[in-house]
Ligand binder design. Structure first.
Ligand code: CA
Length: 238
C-alpha cells in the first residue's frame, strides 16, 4: 500500500488506472496536466509517481526534470506511446525508473509498480551515505544537500521549502527567524517561482510541524517577530 500520484490527461485511462490502483490497495492523488502534477508534488509526499509523458501545459519530461531536482529518489514509472522510442530514452535519461508502453495490461502496470516500490523500500533514501548534520544535536539532523531531515536515524522527506525553512530555524544560536527572512530565502532558492509569500509560509510551517511531530522540538510562532525553534528540555543541542 502506497500513496501514489497518477498523472494522465486521458480521462478514460486515468479512471481505469485509478480504479485498478485503488483496488490493489494504493491511495491515489490525480493530476490531468503537468502543471497540476508539479503543484501536487510540491505540496505532498508521495511514495511513487505514475507519469504519462504526453501532457497538456507542461509535458511529462519537463515534470520529471523539475521533480528530479528536489526529489531524486521518488520512484517514477512513465507511460509512453507505442512508437515513442525517443520519449522513452529521454524519460529514462531524465530520471524515470521504469517505463510502460501504451497499451499495457493492468497486471503489468501493477507488477512494475510493485517492483519499483519494493526497490525503493529496500534501499531507503540516504542508505549509502551517512546522515550529514549541520547542528550538534544528535536526534534531529538536517541534510546539507538534499531536502530531508533525520530524526533518530530515520529519514524524513521534506519539500524544498520545508527544508529551507528548517535550515533557517536550525541555525546555531537559536534566533527568531523573521517571516521576511524565510520568504527571502525561498525566493533566493527558487528564482522566478511564484507563491513564496506569507500565506505559503503558514502552510509550510504547519506541514513542517506535522512532519517533525515526534521530534523533541517545537516551532513556536512569536507574534510579530517570526518563528523560533525550541528544544524540549534535555534535548537541546550541545
Ligand atoms: Ca497523454
Amino acid at each position: 500500500m502506497a500513496h501514489l500520484l497518477l498523472v494522465e490527461d486521458d480521462e478514460l485511462l486515468r479512471d481505469g488506472l485509478q480504479a485498478q490502483l485503488r483496488q490493489a490497495g494504493h491511495s491515489l492523488s490525480l493530476a490531468e496536466d503537468g502543471q497540476l502534477a508539479l503543484e501536487q508534488l510540491m505540496q505532498h509526499c508521495f511514495d511513487g509517481l505514475v507519469l504519462d509523458l504526453g501532457l497538456p501545459k507542461i509535458d511529462g519530461l519537463e515534470v520529471l526534470r523539475r521533480l528530479r531536482v528536489n526529489q531524486p529518489a521518488l520512484p517514477v514509472l512513465i507511460l509512453t506511446a507505442r512508437d515513442g522510442v525517443e520519449d522513452r530514452v529521454a524519460g529514462l535519461n531524465a530520471g524515470a525508473d521504469d517505463y510502460l508502453t501504451k497499451p499495457f495490461s493492468m497486471d503489468e502496470l501493477l507488477a512494475r509498480l510493485q517492483a519499483l516500490l519494493r526497490r525503493s523500500r529496500l534501499a531507503p533514501v540516504g542508505a549509502t551515505t551517512p546522515a550529514p548534520s549541520d547542528t550538534a544535536n544528535s536526534r534531529l539532523r538536517r541534510d546539507d544537500d538534499l531536502p530531508r531531515a533525520w530524526l533518530d536515524g530515520e529519514a524524513i522527506e521534506l519539500t524544498r521549502r520545508e527544508w529551507v525553512l528548517l535550515g533557517l530555524l536550525m541555525q546555531p544560536g537559536g534566533q527568531v527567524v523573521s517571516r521576511e527572512a524565510v520568504i527571502a530565502a525561498w525566493q533566493a532558492d527558487e528564482p522566478g517561482e511564484a507563491g513564496a509569500n506569507s500565506n505559503a509560509l503558514e502552510v509550510y510551517v504547519h506541514r513542517l510541524r506535522r512532519k517533525l511531530a515526534s521530534a523533541p522540538i517545537q516551532v513556536r510562532n512569536i507574534r510579530g517577530l517570526g518563528y523560533l525553534l525550541e528544544w524540549q528540555s534535555g534535548s537541546a543541542p550541545a
